[in-house]
Design a protein around this ligand. Structure first.
Ligand SMILES: *[C@@H]1O[C@H](CO)[C@@H](O)[C@H](O)[C@H]1NC(C)=O
Length: 257
């Protein structure tokens, strides 16, 4: 019974593409399951597809007058452009496409998951940690390429006494590495605990109805409606927090403090 609360997080295959063939012994020889589309992959692809569909509506036949969709998209676009310029200076604009894609992917992953029976890809740490580790590895490589060995100066706070250097660099190195973990864990933990809350309260309400406590079941239903509204806000907030922290971490690639 308890395990049922976690059933909503199961990664299951939706369909597989089976490939038999290739000349035997060649590097491209495949015999068996080649490509499996899981509910995770499906939902993330659907999020991208949905955004393209919405974006196509915004193009409005090439009209110069923006419609409602385009106005909404431009609001998101110009907001992140301003945040990037404020945090990273003029070079910030280079990251606009990346930051926008990240925000849209997480926002749609969280948001679509609020519909009943829809799988939420962002509840899995393999997805969120995959994103956050890729981001931190990317900023580290980009910083090393831009500043060469000077990049390591971010591990020593400016103006600190030299005697404390061994201790401070150790602490700063730890905090630099833990960025990758905290960024991913924050998103997955918050979204999955929200979904657990849904299923626990809903099963509580269902049990009250099925045992004949009809009037009393109003209380868990009222809580469920409140939690739903809260989770709608959390879906947007967590996508925004993830993106904003990514922008802060990207600052290391354009300037050393
Ligand atoms: C998720 O995080 C938000 C703050 O960003 C918090 O208000 C909310 O209660 C959290 N949700 C859960 C289920 O922990």
């Amino acid at each position: 019974m308890v395990a049922a609360y976690f059933d909503q997080f199961n990664i299951i295959p939706i369909f597989s593409i089976w490939v038999y063939g290739g000349s035997i012994g060649s590097p491209f020889w495949i015999n068996g399951e080649f490509f499996c589309v899981s509910n995770t992959l499906f939902m993330m692809s659907f999020a991208v597809f949905l955004f393209y569909t919405i974006g196509a509506k915004g193009v409005n036949g090439g009209s110069l007058i923006p419609n409602r969709v385009l106005t909404g998209l431009e609001l998101i676009y110009s907001h992140f452009y301003t945040v990037l310029k404020d945090n990273l200076g003029n070079k910030g604009g280079n990251y606009l496409a990346f930051v926008l894609s990240l925000f849209i992917l997480i926002l749609f992953g969280n948001g679509l998951g609020l519909f009943p029976y829809v799988f939420t890809p962002t509840v899995h740490m393999v997805i969120t940690l995959g994103l956050s580790f890729a981001i931190i590895m990317g900023t580290t490589l980009s910083g090393l390429i831009t500043f060469r060995l000077n990049f390591f100066s971010i591990l020593m706070p400016q103006g600190a006494p030299l005697a404390l250097a061994p201790l401070l660099t150790a602490i700063e190195t730890l905090s630099y590495i833990s960025r990758a973990i905290s960024l991913g864990v924050r998103l997955a933990a918050n979204i999955s605990s929200g979904h657990l809350l849904f299923s626990i309260i809903a099963s509580f309400a269902w049990k009250m109805i099925s045992t004949g406590i009809l009037v009393g079941s109003f209380v868990p239903f009222a809580i469920l409606i409140f939690v739903t509204i809260l989770e709608m806000a959390v879906a947007i907030i967590q996508a925004y927090v993830f993106t904003l922290l990514t922008i802060v971490y990207l600052r290391d690639t354009v300037e050393l403090h």
